[in-house]
Design a protein around this ligand. Structure first.
Ligand code: ASP
Length: 419
């Protein structure tokens, strides 16, 4: 077939949209004076509507895609032994990398010392805490849906995963009696994957409007005053991505980690634009499949990771603890550091991957070591940009774990990855 224009790959289109959105947003913020047209019609009208339209399309896919792909994956997997192996390995990986992420964050921010010399007094900030009482007991109990339909309606990821696993396993074990139900699950899964591919065609447009709006609203003065805090968070994120994940991929899978970065870039761009791991589940599964990961594994580990594995969020929380302690002149003991590692790891389990959720669970981490929760008010203004950055790391952690675990059970096609 003759092509009359140069073909640009979908991932390049998404990346170009990100850069274009960034430039457009910064120009709007700095060079176009505020007016009714700019603020209400363009930014909060057109940009907001088209950006949200795309996010909603992705969100529309998440629940049915997760449910049918897990049920279908477990049906094909058939044996509970492999499923158990995958389950245990991925949970160990997720918990270990999250704890490591907080250690990196605490170490790095103790070196850089964000917040030193701010001399904040308790009561300076007017800040009401959203109630984030998350006990371990409730977190565990909440894994089991009392009403599976309610879990689907609420989009409760862990509950959906558990119910879907049971549905898939039972269809496999009652194969002769549930033939048509098995076929329906497989066909619904194919339908959802087809719909994902269709919605993904709109990704460049969605990314452009989301990024333009964010950057046209961003106050750069606020960023300047919080530079050392931001540098500590971003530094921690970079170390987690370029050191921890790259070493793990090389050591356990023996693949070129830079190839991973290149192939995975569209997912990172998408996570950056939406700041939501949950909304990124469909493109994450799709991209990992193109990279050689069997969907039987990723359809289970990726939605699980979107809920329980938030290494980037944990890094922000580790740095925020040190920053707030410095700002209020409070010294943290080694026991406090251990408490932070534990609570921040637990806090990331059981909270959905949506924008800003890390700030809500941060209050629980601060309370665990007696730091003033009102300190969150200082970092709130610039959190959106860090939320975007940490979401990309949250996703990359899920993908790294998925590749390693898939490889360990023979469900990773290295030739496809290298092609
Ligand atoms: N936005 C993050 C995510 O979806 C969570 C957070 O840190 O707020 O993964």
């Amino acid at each position: 077939m003759k092509k009359n224009r140069r073909d640009i790959s979908p991932s390049k289109k998404i990346f170009i949209a990100l850069i274009a959105g960034l430039i457009f947003g910064i120009i709007l913020h700095n060079f176009v004076p505020d007016s009714h047209f700019k603020n209400y019609i363009l930014i909060e009208g057109i940009f907001y509507t088209l950006g949200q339209l795309f996010i909603r399309l992705m969100q529309m896919l998440v629940v049915p895609l997760v449910f049918f792909s897990i049920a279908d994956g477990c049906r094909n997997l058939g044996d509970t032994e492999t499923l158990g192996k995958v389950g245990i390995r991925i949970v160990v990986f997720y918990l270990f990398t999250t704890a490591l992420a907080i250690v990196i964050a605490l170490g790095l921010s103790s070196l850089i010392g964000p917040g030193k010399g701010m001399n904040m007094q308790i009561g300076d900030q007017n800040f009401e805490v959203a109630n984030a009482d998350i006990s371990l007991k409730d977190t565990i109990l909440d894994f089991i849906p009392t009403n599976p339909v309610g879990a689907l309606a609420e989009g409760n990821m862990i509950q959906i995963i558990i119910f879907a696993v049971l549905v898939g396993l039972l269809i496999a074990s009652m194969e002769d009696r549930l033939v048509s139900l098995g076929n329906i699950v497989t066909e619904m899964n194919d339908l959802m994957m087809g719909m994902t591919a269709w919605v993904m065609k709109l990704a460049p447009m969605g990314v452009f409007f989301l990024i333009s709006r964010t950057f046209s609203n961003l106050g750069f003065d606020a960023i300047l005053s919080m530079l050392s805090y931001m540098a500590s968070v971003l530094g921690g994120l970079v170390v987690q991505l370029l050191v921890v994940y790259m070493i793990l991929l090389t050591a356990f899978v023996r693949v070129n980690p830079f190839k991973f970065l290149k192939k995975y870039a569209p997912v990172m761009t998408f996570g950056f634009s939406t700041a939501s791991s949950s909304a990124t589940v469909p493109i994450n599964i799709q991209t990992l499949e193109d990279m050689g990961v069997d969907r039987k594994i990723s359809s289970f580990t990726i939605p699980l990771g979107a809920t329980v594995n938030m290494d980037g969020t944990a890094i922000m929380q580790g740095v925020a603890v040190v920053f707030i302690a410095n700002a209020y002149g409070i010294t943290l003991s080694p026991t406090d550091f251990l408490t932070v590692i534990l609570t921040a790891t637990i806090a990331s389990v059981g909270t959905a991957g949506i924008p800003s959720v890390g700030l809500v669970t941060l209050s629980m981490v601060l309370e665990s070591v007696g730091l003033p929760v009102e300190g969150i008010a200082i970092i709130m203004g610039i959190d959106r940009i860090l939320d975007m950055a940490r979401t990309t790391i949250n996703l990359s952690g899920d993908a790294t774990g998925t590749i390693i675990v898939a490889n360990s059970v023979g469900a990773f096609d290295k030739a496809k990855f290298n092609s």
